[in-house]
Design a protein around this ligand. Structure first.
Ligand code: DP6
Length: 323
């Protein structure tokens, strides 16, 4: 038997990845920029075992079936092919944050799986090769391999070419807290992969989003490097709004009444002088960006908004590692 364990953290995109290039290889159609978060983590152990007849994947003590298992096994297959490994694997993965926390577990999940599976197979991959491996399963996972502020370019013509995330700035570059306003318990109705496909095939605004996203990304990257908090926040809002506008036009509506109430509360806070900006992923929760020193005050205000079940305070953190 050969075994390895890895730990990875979720990330939140400030400039969103939404939409893929047609064809193989899970290549994003737009560049994205995210911040990896500390505190919450996914811990994944992979064991290649000659006694196993099939791969066995457990997440939070439940045996994974259906699409989730197919995606995890596809990653194991890529690792096996690279190494000439024939043994099946036992995967045991746990998230130390609740699945209804408003934070996607696929980014940290596939980052930890890519790291642990390659190490268990005896592959010593560098950060870029690991990020590329994770990206082929879930593009946001490519960014969770790295810590701090991380970018992932859009994919090119060749589905086999390496496409990895890179560090833009370390976690301490900007004094930032990300407040996660949880507005709903339970899984989302449309996963991001399906939401992207619907947007690409049905939204009259998809082309507009594809055109706008690289500009928003480039401006946001510049504002972040200049440590311009207000401009970074404004552009993060613009990215999320443009992404959701394109999805909504395809009938993919992730927002609920509570989502809108938090959006309006953040704008009211801003009108009152607070440097607070929102971003929203493929779900109804709202993530609010504030300077680190204002985290507690703004958390208390968000907790009072109708429909908000809980508010988690997170901060920029490090990348994935072996345990
Ligand atoms: C809204 O990385 O989950 O969170 O590549 O199909 O697995 P797949 O999609 P995924 O999409 C994330 C979408 C997003 C924005 C982002 O994280 O950039």
């Amino acid at each position: 038997m050969s075994t390895a364990t890895a730990i990875a953290h979720p990330n939140i995109a400030l400039a969103k990845y939404w939409g893929k290039r047609a064809g193989e290889g899970n290549r994003p159609a737009v560049p994205s920029l995210s911040v990896t978060l500390e505190g919450m983590s996914t811990r994944t152990q992979v064991t290649f075992d000659a006694a196993l007849g099939a791969d066995e994947v457990r997440v939070n003590d439940a045996l994974l079936e259906g699409e989730g298992a197919v995606r995890a096994i596809a990653l194991l297959d890529r690792v096996r092919a690279r190494r000439g490994e024939a043994r099946r694997a036992r995967v045991v993965s746990t998230n130390d944050f609740p699945t209804a926390s408003g934070l996607a577990s696929s980014a940290s999940g596939f980052a930890a799986l890519a790291f642990a599976a390659s190490a268990a197979a005896g592959l010593d991959l560098g950060a870029s090769a690991l990020s590329d491996l994770a990206r082929r399963s879930s593009a946001s996972a490519a960014r969770s391999i790295l810590g701090g502020f991380v970018e992932l370019a859009a994919g090119g013509e060749d589905p086999n070419a390496e496409l990895a995330a890179h560090v833009v700035a370390p976690p301490e570059h900007m004094d930032l807290a990300v407040l996660v306003a949880v507005t709903h318990e339970g899984p989302k109705a449309v996963g991001s992969t399906d939401g992207m496909t619907l947007t690409r095939t049905k939204s009259p605004y998809f082309a507009v989003w594809i055109d706008a996203a690289p500009r928003i990304f480039a401006e946001l990257r510049g504002a972040l490097l200049a440590r311009d908090f207000a401009k970074t926040g404004e552009l993060a809002e613009a990215s999320a709004l443009a992404m959701h506008a394109s999805a909504i036009a395809a009938g993919v509506v992730y927002w609920t009444a509570a989502t809108l109430d938090v959006i309006h509360a953040v704008r009211a806070l801003r009108a009152a002088g607070e440097a607070a900006y929102f971003t929203i992923d493929a779900g109804p929760h709202v993530k609010v960006l504030v300077p680190g020193a204002r985290a507690e005050q703004v958390r208390a205000k968000l907790a009072e908004v109708r429909g908000v079940l809980a508010v988690r305070v997170t901060r920029p953190g490090g990348g994935a590692r072996l345990a």
